[in-house]
Write a protein that binds this ligand. Structure first.
Ligand SMILES: NC(=O)c1ccc[n+]([C@@H]2O[C@H](COP(=O)([O-])OP(=O)(O)OC[C@H]3O[C@@H](n4cnc5c(N)ncnc54)[C@H](O)[C@@H]3O)[C@@H](O)[C@H]2O)c1
Length: 332
């Protein structure tokens, strides 16, 4: 048994590798083209192969050589606004390349597949938590590129017997509480990351994109899930698939949200620093409020989040920014 983690040099994938190692998984291979990930983010116990998920020969070789029985597929392009500006690039990297990876997995007989999906598949705005059977109407090419991947998995599972779990993440934030990895993307757009960078003086100010949404303070509300809880859900999904369970599509979020201004306040509180906030126009593709109903993940996966606390998420994110600053200065 061995696990192939695509995108394992990225933010969430690098946490996944540590989660698997901590759980005693013996053989882990990371496949990453290092377009937004970093080789140093991959735990030294895992084997890093630098390459593209659509490289069929490379992937088939990895599956054969290491006896891969499960693929956890994180690799992809992730910026909603960028997907609006360049949709074809997103359909290529997220949809076409996922199709190629699924095909390679099916041909090589890999039985288990876990896929990074997103709350962006739902689209629209609801103040109520959204469950998996809600209608899917993505408002961005990013969301649609992920929904199409889910459909391919559904159809491939029905036709070829592959079993999969698609986890629809809400807003992933925070960092490994042991400080081993975190988000290192340059020019990241994730709110908690950007606010933490601003609090530590790495950015002059933070922009709020729109304060005229139909929410109590006018700014967007999101369900922020700690990255360690998120990767724990993947580990449980892997166990469940390996035990022979059926395919599943499940939300990963806590079921309650915070507005942009509430998050900024939490970062001010945790860092003890004030910083400049500018109000800007709405951003393409954003919706007012997105909150998960995660009953299915709790029931089917036995997911029991342990870090459902905005202050804790922010504290881990800030701590990681300090670790990253040390790493960066050591490298320069
Ligand atoms: N971060 C979030 O809040 C969030 C929310 C919902 C879903 N997701 C999904 O989770 C996954 C991981 O996101 P992340 O935040 O860790 O992003 P990330 O950019 O940090 O990681 C993605 C990794 O994939 C690699 N990659 C991209 N295209 C590749 C390709 N064709 N072949 C090989 N490697 C490739 C990149 O180099 C990078 O290391 C993505 O699929 C994303 O859509 C993220």
């Amino acid at each position: 048994m061995a696990v192939l983690v695509t995108g394992g040099a990225g933010y969430i994938g690098s946490h996944m590798v540590w989660e698997l190692l901590d759980a005693g998984e013996q053989k882990i291979v990371v496949l990453d083209r290092l377009s937004s990930g970093f080789d140093w983010a991959v735990a030294p116990e895992a084997r890093l192969v630098v390459g593209d998920v659509a490289d069929r020969e490379l992937v088939a070789g990895i599956i054969r050589e290491h006896g891969i029985d499960a693929i956890i597929h994180f690799a992809g392009s992730i910026i909603v606004e960028e997907s609006v500006a360049d949709p074809l690039a997103y359909y290529e990297n997220n949809t076409s390349k996922t199709r190629a990876l699924i095909e390679t997995a099916v041909r090589a007989g890999v039985p288990n597949f876990i896929f990074s999906s997103t709350a962006a598949v739902y689209g629209g705005s609801r103040l109520e938590p959204v469950a998996e059977d809600a209608s899917t109407m993505p408002e961005s090419p990013y969301g649609l590129s992920k929904l199409m991947s889910e459909w391919m998995l559904r159809d491939a599972a029905a036709a070829y017997g592959l079993r999969y779990t698609a986890l629809r993440y809400f807003n992933v934030a925070g960092a490994d509480p042991k400080g081993r990895t975190g988000q290192a993307t340059r020019g990241a757009t994730h709110l908690i990351k950007v606010a933490s960078e601003t609090a530590l003086g790495k950015r002059p100010s933070i922009a709020v994109f729109g304060n005229d949404y139909p929410t109590p303070d006018g700014t967007c509300i999101r369900d922020y899930v700690h990255v360690s809880d998120l990767v724990a859900a993947h580990r449980l999904a892997l166990q469940r698939l390996r035990a022979g369970a059926n395919s599943l599509v499940a939300n990963c979020g806590y079921g309650h949200g915070y507005s942009v201004l509430e998050v900024i306040e939490a970062v001010r509180r945790a860092s003890g620093r004030d910083f400049a906030v500018t109000m800007g126009p709405r951003r393409a593709g954003d919706v007012a409020s997105v909150i998960a109903n995660a009953d299915l993940a709790r029931g089917e996966l036995g997911w029991a989040p342990r870090r459902d606390d905005l202050d804790l998420i922010v504290r881990d994110a800030l701590e990681w920014e300090r670790v990253l600053a040390t790493k960066n200065s050591a490298r320069s």
